[in-house]
Design a protein around this ligand. Structure first.
Ligand SMILES: C[C@@]1(CC(=O)O)c2cc3[nH]c(cc4nc(cc5[nH]c(cc(n2)[C@H]1CCC(=O)O)[C@@](C)(CC(=O)O)[C@@H]5CCC(=O)O)C(CC(=O)O)=C4CCC(=O)O)c(CCC(=O)O)c3CC(=O)O
Ligand SMILES: NC(=O)C1=CN([C@@H]2O[C@H](COP(=O)(O)OP(=O)(O)OC[C@H]3O[C@@H](n4cnc5c(N)ncnc54)[C@H](O)[C@@H]3O)[C@@H](O)[C@H]2O)C=CC1
Length: 239
C-alpha cells in the first residue's frame, strides 16, 4: 500500500542537494584539468588541508600555477588522464574542456562510489561546489543548486561585507566559553539557555566596536559566577 504513495511522492519532490561539510584531512584528491576553473577548485581544496592533490593536465604548468604548485601537497603530472588515477581518491574533480572525458571520469567515480564534481555538467556530479565565505571557523556556503553561479558569487561577496572579522573573533570567544560551560556538568537545557543568551546579547556589537569594557560587562552579567575569573583569559588576543 505504501509504495505507490512513496513513488508518486518522490516524483513530486524537486531535486535538492544535501549540504554537508567534508573533512579532507589525510585524504587524497584528484583534479583533472588545471585550466581557469580547475585552478580555482585546486585552491579551494587546499584550504581544507588534504594529504595530497594529484593534478593531471596535458599542458605543462605555467607561471600562473606556480603559487599552487609551491604547496607540497600538490602533485602535478603533465600527461593525459588514466582511469587508475581515481583509485584511492576520496574526491575527484573533472575540470577539462573535454566533455567526453569528463563523462568517462564521472562514470568511473560513480562505479567506485567516489565523490565527483564535473565542472561543465552538473547532472553528472555527485556534488557541486558552493561559493564560500570564511571568517575563522565560520564557514558560510552558498549554492543556487547550479541555477546561477554568478548569483552565488554575488551573495558570497555580500556576505564578505556583512560577516566581517568580528564574527571570527566572536566565534573564537564562543568556542572558548563552550567547554568551560559544558565542563560544569549542568544539564543540556541549562547550557543551551546560557549559550543562547550569549549569542542574543550585544557581545558581537561590543566586539565590533572594540569595546573591551562593554564585552567584560556583558560576560560578567551572563556567565555563571564561578567562570568570572576566566574572563581575562577568554578574551586574550580577541579584544
Ligand atoms: C554547478 C556548478 C558545478 C561546480 O563547479 O561545482 C557550476 C557550473 C558552472 N558554472 C559556470 C559558470 C560560472 N561559474 C562561476 C563561478 C563559480 N561557480 C561555482 C560553482 C558551480 N558552478 C556549481 C554550482 C554552484 C551553485 O550552486 O550555484 C562557484 C560558486 C564555486 C567554485 O567554482 O569554486 C564559483 C564562484 C566562486 C566565488 O567567487 O565565490 C561564474 C562566475 C564568474 O566567473 O564570475 C560563472 C559565469 C557566470 C554564470 O554562468 O553564472 C558554468 C558554465 C556555463 C556556461 O557554459 O556558460 C557551469 C556549467 C553549467 O552550468 O552547466
Ligand atoms: N563550474 C564552473 O565554475 C565553471 C565551469 N566552466 C566549464 O568548465 C570547463 C573548463 O573551463 P576552463 O577551466 O575555463 O577551461 P580551460 O581550457 O582553461 O581548461 C581546461 C584544461 O583541461 C586540460 N585537459 C584537456 N584534456 C585533458 C586530458 N585528457 N587530461 C588532462 N587534462 C586535460 C587542458 O589542458 C586545460 O588546461 C569548460 O567546459 C567550461 O564550460 C566554465 C566556467 C565556470
Amino acid at each position: 500500500m505504501g509504495f505507490p504513495f512513496v513513488g508518486s511522492f518522490a516524483k513530486m519532490m524537486p531535486m535538492r542537494y544535501y549540504p554537508i561539510f567534508i573533512k579532507l584531512t589525510g585524504q587524497e584528491c584528484l583534479v583533472v584539468g588545471a585550466g581557469q576553473v580547475g585552478r580555482r577548485k585546486i585552491a579551494s581544496l587546499l584550504e581544507s588541508g588534504p594529504a595530497r592533490v594529484l593534478v593531471v593536465d596535458t599542458r605543462p604548468a605555467d607561471e600562473e600555477l606556480r603559487e599552487l604548485l609551491a604547496n607540497p601537497c600538490v602533485d602535478y603530472q603533465t600527461r593525459t588522464f588514466r582511469p587508475e588515477d581515481v583509485n584511492g581518491k576520496t574526491l575527484v574533480i573533472a575540470s577539462t574542456d573535454d566533455e567526453d572525458l569528463n563523462w568517462t571520469i564521472s562514470n568511473l567515480c560513480r562505479d567506485k562510489g567516489i565523490l565527483c564534481n564535473i565542472v561543465d555538467q552538473p547532472e553528472k556530479c555527485s556534488f557541486i561546489v558552493p561559493a564560500v565565505h570564511r571568517q575563522g571557523d565560520l564557514t558560510l556556503a552558498v549554492s543556487t543548486g547550479g541555477a546561477s553561479p554568478a548569483l552565488a558569487k554575488k551573495i558570497r561577496k555580500d556576505l564578505d561585507e556583512y560577516f566581517g572579522r568580528h564574527y571570527g573573533a566572536f566565534l573564537e570567544l564562543m568556542s572558548r566559553i563552550r567547554p568551560l560551560v559544558i565542563g560544569r556538568g549542568r544539564p543540556t537545557f541549562e547550557n543551551t539557555a546560557l549559550f543562547r543568551e550569549l549569542v542574543d546579547s550585544d557581545l558581537l556589537e561590543a566586539m565590533e566596536r572594540d569595546d573591551r569594557e562593554g564585552v567584560v560587562e556583558i560576560l560578567q552579567r551572563i556567565l555563571p559566577q564561578e567562570l568570572e575569573s576566566h574572563i581575562e583569559e577568554l578574551l586574550r588576543g580577541l579584544c
